[in-house]
Ligand binder design. Structure first.
Ligand code: NAD
Length: 390
């Protein structure tokens, strides 16, 4: 079997890397970027740092500062109007996304809507969008989605609340800047949710039916970096070494899943996020222990490898014991990081009950459950939604 690996052309890492934006733009051939960011980045002063670095290098730029968390197409359309209006002296020739996965995904959507027009639903899976779009430079400020190195964007359709998965070369950033200083301000809750998101990417990529020797190494490296550092960063937000390890681990996780696909956790997670406005990493965390328990019988060796990469079992330990250690750890991590159940999150039980079949249908339609080592029916997905409820 062959595998096609897609990566950004350039990744610059390290403390202060944000200040080198002008050099990265030059290397990517972008002369007139539109900055795409969210209000938090403006409040924290990160956007100003970026603008100052651009002004110092004499780069003409424009900015859209109103991306929303878990972006809907409505906010993308507002950004598209700014992109189309153009900059003084000519059209924008690239995008710089500063923020978490939401800002980066918004920029990726613009990269395609700008040159090709249409609505986001025109680009959702099963269509694969390989047409060239505008180049995107991604500067993540969360250590979670790995969107800076994935050929994926996720935009919610406001008409039916579907979290649309859009995939293809057009969504792969041309460059990423990984500056761990930007993640020191992450609140505890976002640190936890995004960290578990990254861990889920790595585990799902490793057990995916589309895994390859290349994605395996990225996934294992991600687990080795994330597992020992997530609790550290959660308890001490200023732990620079832990923050840097998480940021690089999340990027490896993104590379792994972008080249091997995610599986059942992500398939079931997107509808929870869309219908109940649960942040993406949190809905993954709610599902990860139960879906892993259900899936292990189909790939005990692969899950045991995950336990070993996470430092939960030595090489001499049997797969069965390693898998017990993995499940214990996933439950303990959720408890320590304060992950609620859907009921604990405040979702109304009757609405959850009513929507389960539709959520199962949407999960299957996304294609992700088909990559799981154990492939579920719609009824089995409904049963898993029941299992995680309380
Ligand atoms: P996010 O971008 O929505 O950010 C969460 C919150 O944290 C926001 O309020 C944001 O302003 C704030 N924040 C971000 N960085 C901060 C910082 N350094 N300090 C303080 N506050 C900060 O969260 P996310 O988890 O990074 O992204 C979630 C989105 O990414 C979802 O829509 C999800 O579906 C999508 N996603 C995309 C991919 C992909 O490959 N494209 C993969 C996984 C998830």
């Amino acid at each position: 079997m062959t595998a096609t690996i897609v990566l950004p052309r350039l990744i610059r890492t390290g403390s202060g890397a944000l200040g080198e934006i002008a050099d990265v733009l030059t290397r990517c051939g972008i002369t007139r970027p539109l900055i795409v960011t969210d209000p938090t980045m403006i409040t924290l002063g990160y956007a100003d740092r970026l603008f100052e670095a651009l002004a110092a290098a004499g780069v003409a730029y424009g900015a859209f500062g109103d991306t929303e968390p878990e972006p809907t197409e409505t906010s993308v359309i507002a950004a598209e109007a700014v992109l189309r209006a153009g900059a003084e002296g000519g059209d924008y020739d690239g995008l710089v996304a500063l923020g978490g996965g939401s800002a980066i995904d918004t920029a990726k959507a613009l990269a395609v809507l700008g040159p090709h027009g249409g609505r986001m639903r025109d680009y959702k899976v099963p269509r694969i969008v390989d047409e060239p779009g505008l180049p995107v430079i991604a500067i993540p400020t969360t250590a979670g989605t790995g969107s800076e190195a994935t050929r994926v964007t996720v935009i919610t359709d406001p008409e039916n609340d579907e979290k649309m998965l859009c995939m293809g070369l057009a969504f792969m950033p041309v460059a990423a800047i990984l500056d761990p200083d930007l993640t020191l301000s992450l609140p505890k809750r976002v640190t936890a949710d995004t960290g578990i998101d990254a861990l889920t990417h790595a585990i799902e990529a490793y057990v995916s039916r589309k895994a390859s020797p290349f994605s395996d190494q990225q996934a294992l490296a991600a687990m080795r970096l994330i597992a020992p550092n997530l609790r550290r960063a959660f308890h001490d937000s200023e732990d620079r070494a832990a923050r840097e390890a998480l940021l690089i681990g999340a990027c490896f996780g993104g590379i792994a899943f972008s080249n091997a696909s995610v599986a059942l956790v992500h398939g079931m997670s997107r509808p929870i996020g869309a219908f109940f406005h649960v942040p993406h990493g949190l809905s993954n965390a709610m599902l990860l222990p139960a879906v892993t328990t259900w899936s292990i019988p189909a790939a005990p060796r692969r899950y045991a490898d995950c336990a070993r990469a996470m430092g939960l079992a030595g090489e001499g330990v049997s797969d069965a014991h390693a898998n017990d250690a993995l499940l214990d750890e996933l439950r303990a991590l959720n408890a320590e990081l304060g992950v609620p159940t859907p009921a604990g999150f405040g979702i109304r039980p009757e609405r959850w009950q009513q929507l389960r079949p539709l959520m199962a249908e949407q999960a299957l339609a996304s294609g992700s459950p088909g990559n799981n080592p154990r492939i579920p029916t719609a009824d089995e997905i409904v049963a898993l939604y029941d299992a995680v409820w309380g």
